[in-house]
Design a protein around this ligand. Structure first.
Ligand code: UFG
Length: 328
């Protein structure tokens, strides 16, 4: 039996593929390579290159392979882009998931673990954020992820696959080997942007907003290492294999760090000053997002291990320094 990883050539997907192989799983990947990278796919797994909205191609795949579990990362994930082109997000994120779910149901595939996001909550009512807090996304990206969760919920009640939805907070860091890491185009995330300064491809880092109601005035986020996220997928898969019920889990570090704290920690790691520029707030940024991950700890037995900023940033720095142009 094999595990099908949809979007296995992407950032979090490729890290999870490595952990699955280490755990002795046979891995099949489907990726349209819109944002994923062929170079991130290890040789010892089978890569199918197509868009999961292609139901006939998916059907063929499920006929050829014996799939036991699906892990689904295949979605667009840039908040700003989703505001400018919402239908692109509805089309790909929901269209792809609908097609996947239809084919999985037809082939009686019993379970799926999939990526959701902190963006399903929108502006939080309390910190830390719990899974049953109000979900009210403030952008189309978060809306499509919440709709995906609901699609799985209702289809599961009607006999479709059991599922675990994992709501990631701020994914960051890279594999110890530095063979794979974050490579987005355009890059919008804080840590890779900061590291472009010591790499020499950016003069300074912009701080978006210094007047938030936080101790140093900058936004606080919950940065969670991609290896810890990858491990959570394996635990979630095994939880479902052991008969666990469909559910939703936050995945965060449990500690918030401000933008200034992240830049300061990066200066320590790289050993040079990182010039910064204070800018206006970025539209739609909540002041503070920090997860309660107690449920994942209690139910899945998940404990994030790479939780301090120097560890997170060092691993990202090792990747970016050895791959200044990403996978190119
Ligand atoms: N930031 C800067 N300067 C930059 C880039 C970012 O100050 O050049 C700040 C942002 O304003 C924010 C923080 O750094 O306060 C983190 O920003 P990111 O863009 O790295 O991450 P977000 O918190 O905006 O987004 C993350 C995930 C999304 C998810 C969202 C949930 O990347 O996929 O959390 O709200 F939707």
């Amino acid at each position: 039996m094999s595990v099908l990883v949809v979007g296995g050539a992407g950032y979090i997907g490729s890290h999870t593929v490595r952990r699955l192989l280490e755990a002795g799983e046979d891995v099949v990947i489907v990726d349209a390579l819109y944002t994923g990278h062929k170079e991130a796919v290890p040789e010892n797994c089978r890569l199918y290159e197509f868009d999961i909205r292609d139901e006939a191609a998916l059907d063929e795949l499920f006929k050829n392979e014996e799939i036991d579990t699906v892990i689904h990362f295949g979605a667009f994930s840039i908040v700003g882009e989703s505001m400018k082109d919402p239908l692109k997000y509805y089309d790909n994120n929901l269209g792809g998931t609908l097609s996947l779910l239809k084919v999985m149901t037809r082939h009686r595939i019993p379970r799926i673990v999939f990526s959701s996001t902190a963006a399903t909550y929108g502006e939080p009512e309390q910190i830390p954020i719990h899974e049953n807090d109000k979900t009210s996304p403030t952008n189309p990206y978060g809306e499509t992820k919440l709709a995906m969760e609901k699609m799985f919920h209702w289809s599961n009640l009607a006999g479709g696959p059991n599922y675990v939805a994992l709501r990631y907070f701020n994914a960051c860091g890279a594999d110890e080997s530095a063979e794979i890491g974050e490579d987005h185009n355009p890059e919008t995330h804080l840590i890779p942007l900061i590291l472009q300064v010591p790499l020499g491809t950016r003069d300074k880092i912009s701080i978006f907003g210094t007047d938030y109601q936080t101790p140093d005035g900058t936004c606080i986020r919950d940065y969670i290492h991609v290896d810890d996220l990858a491990n959570a997928h394996i635990l979630a898969m095994n939880y479902l294999r052991d008969g666990g019920k469909s559910d939703v889990f936050n995945l965060g570090n449990g500690t918030g760090f401000s933008v200034r704290q992240v830049i300061d920690a990066a200066e320590e790691v790289v050993g040079t000053a990182i010039p910064r520029e204070e800018k206006e707030r970025r539209e739609g940024d909540p002041a503070k997002l920090v997860a309660s991950s107690n449920k994942a700890k209690e139910v899945l037995g998940w404990t994030p291990e790479k939780t301090d900023l120097p560890t997170i940033i060092s691993s990202a720095w090792k990747w970016h320094r050895s791959h200044p142009e990403g996978f190119r």
